[in-house]
Design a protein around this ligand. Structure first.
Ligand code: SAH
Length: 345
């Protein structure tokens, strides 16, 4: 019989497990605390639980952890990029970033990705599999442990499309928010998506206070189809309608990400068009000078042109920032680390 990983269970699920053994509910809180706050990963070591219960649990369950395969430390700004090995030997990446206000973690939600975005390295080998809730959460725990820091912000912007792994991501959010574990406020969590309208609506109905970030990257559907292939299925308008619904339900300002690619989506006329789309919407635009990746000939927009694009948006009353690049010396762009590592080993 294959054992089940307790780290992926929400507190409510742990309560069902505990009750199935004829124990009181408060034992589930103790178990949750031990797994998600104290990082104990051997059931037999959970001293707070009765020995009989530990033995019974250990027959059906285990507590799975990621292994730090490699760590890359930036000499420029303290950013650390982690390569983790999963129990089935797949590799994922996560990034730990230091800001004035604390530490922020960029987490992966899938091994690989099937969205196929033109400039993204994570998608080049396709989707391998979804990550479990425990595997997403453990990226936080392992980075905190290895670097002896407390992570105060999370962005789901690593490899994978979080809304394609919806259930596990929702479970992860419940786990990381729970007061008996990391107790992280939803307002400190950002979910970045390529924009899947029905899933955005579903997320809105969960009424969580997380920040939704949409990877738009183009001001019209024709161009977007070239850059983000999933745009063949969902029009920009249908995404914006779903965003309005998200706003109504959560009152949370939405972020739009726009990676600037030389001579493709970076003209001032395109900035004007983009500003037109967002008119009247409570939002923020994050301009990302594209990271070059080996797998494509696309080039980043020059700093000067990035600034021009920024200024057009600003002149139209759009709230806009240019993303500061962190970890430039260890970067190898989004998802590249894992691919390089596979090739070398
Ligand atoms: N699938 C989700 C989350 C992962 S990607 C999404 O699409 O949002 C996180 C962000 O990084 C997205 O905006 C994505 O388009 C961007 N990104 C990926 N590769 C990039 C690159 N080489 N340069 C700049 N941005 C990139």
């Amino acid at each position: 019989m294959q054992k089940i990983n307790l780290k992926s269970n929400t507190l409510e699920e742990l309560e069902s497990v505990i009750i199935s053994f004829g124990e009181k509910k408060y034992r589930a809180v103790q178990l949750f605390h031990v797994i998600h706050k104290q990082n104990i990963d051997t059931i037999k070591d959970i001293a707070v639980l009765p020995k009989i219960l530990r033995n019974e649990l250990a027959q059906k369950y285990f507590i799975g952890s990621l292994r730090v395969e490699k760590r890359f430390d930036s000499q420029l700004d303290g950013t650390k990029k982690y390569l983790f090995r999963l129990h089935d030997d797949h590799l994922i990446e996560s990034v730990l970033m230091k800001y004035k206000h604390g530490y922020s973690a960029c987490l992966s939600t899938q091994v690989g990705c099937r969205m196929g975005c033109l400039f993204c390295a994570s998608t080049k080998g396709g989707l391998v599999r979804d990550l479990t809730a425990g595997e997403i959460a453990d990226q936080v725990y392992q980075m905190q442990k290895d670097s002896s820091v407390r992570i105060s912000n999370i962005v789901l912007m690593g490899s994978g499309e979080p809304l394609e792994n919806y259930e596990n991501v929702i479970k992860f959010l419940s786990i990381i928010h729970n007061e008996h574990g990391q107790n992280m406020g939803y307002r400190h969590i950002t979910l970045s998506t390529v924009g899947i309208p029905d899933k955005i609506r579903q997320l809105a109905d969960e009424a969580l206070q997380i920040t939704l970030s949409i990877s738009l990257h183009a001001p019209d559907d024709e161009l977007r189809k070239q850059i983000v292939p999933v745009a063949r299925k969902y029009s920009i308008q249908s995404i914006l309608d779903a965003c309005k619904y998200y706003l109504e339900k959560t009152h949370r300002r939405i972020t739009f990400e726009y990676a600037l690619i030389q001579n493709l989506n970076d003209a001032e006329e395109q900035a004007r068009q983009f500003a037109g789309l967002l008119k009247g919407l409570l939002c923020h635009v994050n301009l990302i000078p594209m990271n070059s990746i080996k797998e494509s000939n696309l080039r980043p927009t020059s700093q000067k042109q990035v600034q021009k694009f920024h200024d057009v948006l600003e002149s139209k009353g759009i709230n806009v920032t240019i993303r500061r690049e962190l970890g430039g010396d260890i970067n190898a762009a989004c998802g590249q680390l894992r691919r390089d590592y596979y090739k070398d080993s």
